[in-house]
Write a protein that binds this ligand. Structure first.
Ligand code: SAM
Length: 371
């Protein structure tokens, strides 16, 4: 059996209250970290709860009925999230992604979306406002999300095969309901829709080609994600990863592909299009081809901790500043300060040293920080 680390003394990971520099310089939109990377993308986790128990993300043995999810009072309120988002946008963030847990489980999420949809960049442009969801509640909520100002959604779907999908989500959730959610989201205009499939060797890799066939020729962009060693609860092993190169090779054997240019610097997915012109797919190779060098993302946890890397062990407690009576100017300066110190490049170091996958400190769970 795989050895699992059970969170006994759960301090919700290491944390530090950000330092506020003496000189409160205003945001310029031009932050640069130690490796010269800007800040453009903020992922906001709105809940640590999920109605799925995906085996690679929130395994049932750990996230069971006794697991202590965060009490409501510890979550950032919609007003606090919007306040932080505005500060980040002044710092150069152009894209906000709501995630979780399952973001559609957060009550009145459309109210938050409506608040964020009002935010403008310093140039007066609207933000790229999106959400990652498991799709289970999408059919019901798509219209309200669209009306509130959400632009598009990314839906996670790991298989079209009922048996495999239900084994992976581990709550017997049917494929058809997720597909219906995608259809409704498309109808109400939440596109372009992306579908993310996490590929785990021996579990769902036989679904790579059927998934490609299913979405080929539709407006949906399918993306294959390498199974990652996030968190400490999924018992990750390198030999369970199907490298993206292998994914592309397997699809190309049946449905020929050619590589295309990224849409923008820092895009996580490598893009490939069908040679017959019937659409594109993406591959996200955070294990075999790390893309730390242009990572411009920050992550805000459900309770307001800022993480500068998906693989971080600790966050910076922005909630302490928000609830500690600090001004926007102070929080702005604190974020500048910590971004200037950022030197995370976990995936590159892991790729360089795949044998050295020691985990001396507990890494943050994906369900807590958001995907
Ligand atoms: N509940 C939402 C969902 O299912 O999309 C949002 C949160 S979920 C943590 C975000 C994404 O992370 C999902 O696409 C999920 O498949 C992916 N994910 C979770 N654990 C992962 C892992 N170990 N490796 C790769 N992707 C992972």
């Amino acid at each position: 059996m795989t050895e699992r680390i059970i969170p006994v003394a759960d301090l919700r990971y290491l944390q530090a209250v950000p330092h506020i520099p003496e000189k409160l310089l205003p945001a310029t939109g031009l932050l640069s970290d130690k490796l010269g990377r800007p800040l453009r993308d903020l992922r906001i986790s709105v809940t640590d709860r999920c109605n799925f128990r995906c085996v690679y993300c929130m395994p049932k043995e750990i996230f069971d009925k006794d697991y202590q999810f965060l009490p409501h009072g510890l979550l950032l309120s919609f007003e606090e999230i919007t306040r932080v988002a505005k500060i980040f946008v002044a710092h150069g963030v152009e894209k906000l992604r709501l995630t979780g847990g399952e973001p559609l489980l957060r009550k009145h999420i459309e109210t938050l979306i409506a608040m964020l949809a009002q935010v403008r960049t310093p140039e007066g442009k609207p933000l790229d406002l999106t959400m990652t969801t498991n799709g289970s509640l999408l059919a019901k909520k798509a219209q309200a999300l669209k009306d509130a100002g959400l632009q598009r959604v990314t839906v996670s779907l790991d298989s079209l095969d009922e048996g495999i999908f239900q084994k992976m989500n581990d709550v017997d959730f049917p494929v058809a309901d997720v597909l219906h959610g995608i259809e409704v989201a498309h109808k109400v205009g939440l596109g372009p829709i992306k579908v993310n499939m996490v590929v785990k060797k021996g579990v769902n890799d036989q679904e790579i080609v059927p998934m490609a066939r299913h979405f080929k020729g539709t407006p949906v962009i399918l993306r294959f994600i390498e199974y990652m060693d996030v968190g400490a609860s999924n018992g990750w092993k390198m030999d369970e990863v199907v490298p993206s190169a292998e994914v592309v090779r397997r699809i190309s054997e049946h449905l020929p592909l050619e590589e295309i240019e990224p849409n923008y610097t820092g895009e996580t997915a490598e893009r490939w299009r069908y040679k017959d012109g019937s659409g594109e797919i993406g591959v996200i190779s955070s294990v075999t081809q790390a893309f730390c060098s242009d990572c411009n993302r920050a992550r805000l946890s459900t309770e307001g901790k800022l993480f500068t890397c998906l693989f971080a062990t600790g966050g910076h407690d922005l909630r302490a500043l928000l609830r500690g009576g600090h001004s926007d100017e102070e929080i702005t300066a604190a974020i500048s300060h910590l971004w200037a110190l950022r030197d995370d490049r976990y995936s590159e170091l892991r790729t360089a040293n795949t044998d050295g996958l020691e985990r001396p400190v507990r890494k943050v769970e994906m369900s807590y920080i958001g995907g």
